[in-house]
Design a protein around this ligand. Structure first.
Ligand code: PMP
Length: 398
């Protein structure tokens, strides 16, 4: 009898499992619309020119690889703060924000969750219905009960805001509310500015702890516009958490570049909060990695590279929008029995297509087109070569 005899086989991660199935598919016409990764029109993950230029500079420096500080690279953390809160933000000047480089957006959520577990051990965590599936897993593994708040309305394909307010109002004080700062994953349905204001006011009135997750800054409208929710919470005078990620915006998925920022009430609080956050990080992974953080810090702090990056980010954003438009018109051309105009209104990488699990399964079996069973498709994986086939296949399974 081995130590592991009774270990059960865990279910595959629903999204990463799709990748494995896709890789094993021998059809040359196969298309992977499952995973949340941006591909170029040639079907490749881009290595941004700004990233290549920063890497060249780094190579030339041949810097030694000692340990980073527990909280990571100072210039990186400052770059994150400027992107999230705006360079001249009053709360930055007041020292009210602490930021730690983290192992991707996932790592940021994890250290945030572990810190919260020490701060409010009996809290409930509320995530949107639906949400990025890992939100539940991360907070449950930190020891929190996780429940859903009402979010998506399949009838209107938008946010059921009255329902959302009702569920948030019913939460006990000091509950943690996980909010998608922009480009909601998986639905692509975001709140309006007026709705964000209402949510911020509600969090304040009900003493809830907002945790904004920002994985797609720059993928909807622009860096500044996509950061509006974060700034609005700052202006509302709240204390809150922000997890952020450069996986998508820098196309640095495998470098694991993210950050956790915590907004406190004063500089003194910031010092104490950071000291505790460092303990959490120390016992998780000790300190973050050098490469990805240095690339991002180099790009953000060099005006020329920064402009180049913003241009490349805009190119990614525009290509996604073009794919949305093209998909809508090709579906109509293919005689789809439904109007897909809503796809143009969804924001970020994904479209919550409304396809049922059966239809998604038919797309896989009959056409080698892989999507998440909830009907989520990654629009950023469409291109001028595969979009005709995808539109025809989707029209035929409706
Ligand atoms: N939050 C959301 C909403 C996401 O979609 C993702 C990435 N799929 C993450 C966090 C995690 O980002 P990272 O890959 O940087 O860990």
């Amino acid at each position: 009898m081995s130590l592991f005899s009774n270990v059960e086989l865990a279910p595959r991660d629903p999204i990463l499992g799709l990748n494995e199935a896709y890789n094993a598919d021998s059809r040359t016409t196969k298309v992977n619309l499952g995973v949340g990764v941006y591909f170029t029109d040639d079907g490749k993950i881009p290595l941004l020119r700004a990233v290549q230029a920063a890497e060249k500079q780094m190579m030339e420096k041949s810097a030694a690889r000692g340990y980073l500080a527990i909280e990571g690279i100072a210039a990186y953390n400052q770059g994150v703060q400027n992107l999230l809160f705006g360079k001249d933000s009053a709360i930055l000047t007041a020292g009210r924000v602490v930021t730690a480089q983290a192992v991707g957006g996932t790592g940021a959520l994890k250290i945030g969750a572990d810190f919260l577990k020490r701060l409010v051990p009996n809290a409930t965590v509320a995530i949107s219905d639906p949400s990025w599936e890992n939100h539940r897993g991360i907070f449950e593994s930190a020891g929190f009960p996780v429940q859903n708040y009402t979010y998506y309305d399949p009838e209107t394909r938008g946010v059921n805001f009255a329902g959302m307010v009702k569920s948030l109002e019913a939460l006990p004080a000091k509950s943690v509310v996980l909010l998608h700062a922009c480009c909601h994953n998986p639905t692509g349905a975001d709140l309006t500015t007026a709705q964000w204001q209402q949510v911020a006011a509600l969090c304040k009135a009900k003493d809830l702890i907002p945790f904004l997750d920002m994985a797609y800054q720059g993928f909807a409208d622009s860096i500044d516009e996509d950061g509006a929710a974060v700034r609005l919470f700052a202006d509302a005078g709240l204390c809150f958490f922000v997890s952020s990620s450069f996986s998508k915006s820098f196309s640095l998925y495998g470098e694991r570049v993210g950050a956790l920022s915590i907004v406190t009430e004063s500089k003194d609080e910031s010092t104490r909060v950071m000291s505790q956050l460092k303990r959490v990080i120390r016992t998780n992974y000790s300190n973050p990695a050098i490469h990805g953080g240095t690339v991002v810090a180099t790009v953000l702090n060099d005006p020329e590279l920064r402009a180049m990056w913003e241009q490349e980010l805009a190119e990614m954003r525009d290509r996604i929008k073009l794919m949305r438009n093209t998909l809508v018109s090709k579906l109509a051309e293919a005689g789809a029995k439904r109007d897909f105009g809503f796809v143009n209104d969804q924001r970020g990488m994904f479209s919550y297509s409304g396809l049922t699990a059966d239809q998604v399964e038919r797309l896989r079996a009959e056409f080698g087109i892989y999507a998440v069973s909830t009907g989520r498709i990654c629009v950023a994986a469409l291109n001028s070569k595969n979009i005709d086939g995808v539109a025809k296949a989707v029209a035929s399974v409706l």
